[in-house]
Write a protein that binds this ligand. Structure first.
Ligand SMILES: NC(=O)C1=CN([C@@H]2O[C@H](COP(=O)(O)OP(=O)(O)OC[C@H]3O[C@@H](n4cnc5c(N)ncnc54)[C@H](OP(=O)(O)O)[C@@H]3O)[C@@H](O)[C@H]2O)C=CC1
Ligand SMILES: O=C1CO[C@H](CO)[C@@H](O)[C@@H]1O
Length: 324
């Protein structure tokens, strides 16, 4: 079995492991947020057609390239295949749409966004896609995920994507893909924070040689604004995190990012605030001790805020206010 690489010590490209995400970044400010994130030093950009702002991310990237802040090759741009496009015929169309919106020739990474296949909705009728069809209903369709994966592999073969991977997959689903893959998933992106540590899943992915990207690194923070969590759940004010932060003269946000790094995962964070972009990047000059890592590990309660079951049952159209 291939040993997991260590992102803190191994040479990775880009060498910076911090990922900037665009979910819930409003279209109006997204170009500027993207530009500021690149200017702040982020080279890994996490996008998705479902976020409804890939055109604006593309404009931000172009602005940064034109200003000479970085080159295209310095960037690692991720996009994601939405649930409505899992049929093998639709995979290249969805990828092409993201490429055009982002003004890119290729993606560094293309991920299956959820292992949930829903009824196809024509690009011309509703774009960006949502969880629901044109009638506002969530219609699940039978799908062979291995066939979807074959279509993902073709994107690598035609040069549209450098690497392919998955989000929100369980160990079992990963095993199914890996069993038939010609090109194995390079990345698993899942919800990871001290309240949802998913240690076995992370270990399995690492054992399989996959990179693991941690989304919602700050736990409930992103879900409070959607009324899906209360301030009581906050890791940002938790006494354990606060006291470790104080000991290192760091902020709780920096401790949470550092915990993710020391678990050998790529921390994915979002902020629209330029000062916080700098704060969230200032995490490479301190190390959490073994005892501190253990104390944070002990906060796990297997609480997943981004639980598809919740919104599938509720028939929710989308979590994302920018579509409303
Ligand atoms: N593959 C998938 O299914 C999913 C992927 N993702 C990806 O992960 C990214 C990040 O996840 P997300 O859930 O947004 O969560 P984060 O854990 O990054 O939390 C974002 C929230 O934290 C706030 N915040 C950011 N920095 C700080 C700071 N230093 N101090 C205090 N508050 C701060 C932000 O507010 P403000 O902007 O006001 O600073 C925002 O409310 C997404 O943008 C997306 O790219 C997310 C969910 C699912
Ligand atoms: O990535 C995302 C964040 O979570 C949301 C709810 O699951 C998704 O809709 C969105 O695409």
């Amino acid at each position: 079995m291939k040993a997991a690489s260590n992102i803190l010590t191994d040479s990775i490209t880009p060498s910076d492991p911090l990922v900037f995400g665009f979910w819930k970044v409003p279209q109006e400010s997204c170009q500027e947020v993207c530009y500021n994130a690149i200017k702040a030093g982020y080279r890994r950009l996490d996008c998705a057609c479902d976020y409804g702002n890939e055109k604006q991310v593309g404009q931000g990237i172009q602005q940064a390239l034109q200003d000479g802040i970085c080159t295209r090759e310095d960037l690692f741009v991720t996009s994601k295949l939405w649930n409505t496009y899992h049929h093998p015929d639709h995979v290249p169309l969805a990828c092409q749409r993201s490429l055009e919106d982002l003004q890119l020739e290729y993606l560094d990474e293309y991920l299956i966004h959820f292992p949930i296949s829903t009824e196809f909705v024509d690009f011309d009728k509703k774009y960006p896609p949502e969880w629901t069809n044109l009638d506002g209903k969530m219609v699940l369709v039978p799908n062979d995920m291995c066939a979807t994966w074959k279509a993902m592999e073709a994107l690598v073969e035609t040069g549209k994507c450098k690497t392919i991977g998955v989000c929100n997959f369980s160990t079992q689903l990963l095993r199914q893909i890996i069993a038939t893959a010609n090109i194995r998933p390079s990345t698993l992106q899942v919800e990871l924070h001290p309240h949802n540590a998913q240690t076995k899943l992370v270990r399995f992915a690492h054992e399989q040689g996959m990179n693991v990207t941690a989304f919602s690194t700050f736990g409930s923070a992103s879900y409070v604004e959607l009324d899906m969590a209360t301030a009581d759940d906050s890791l940002m004010t938790h006494s354990v995190i606060a006291s470790i932060a104080k000991a290192h003269s760091k902020t709780p946000a920096q401790v949470l990012i550092r915990w993710a790094l020391q678990r050998n995962t790529f921390p994915l964070t979002k902020t629209s605030n330029t000062a916080r972009m700098a704060e969230n990047r200032n995490v490479l000059d301190f190390v959490l001790t073994g005892d501190e890592m253990n104390a944070i590990d002990n906060l796990n309660k297997n609480h997943r805020y981004n639980d598809p079951g919740v919104f599938c049952e509720a028939g929710m159209g989308t979590f994302c206010p920018i579509y409303e």
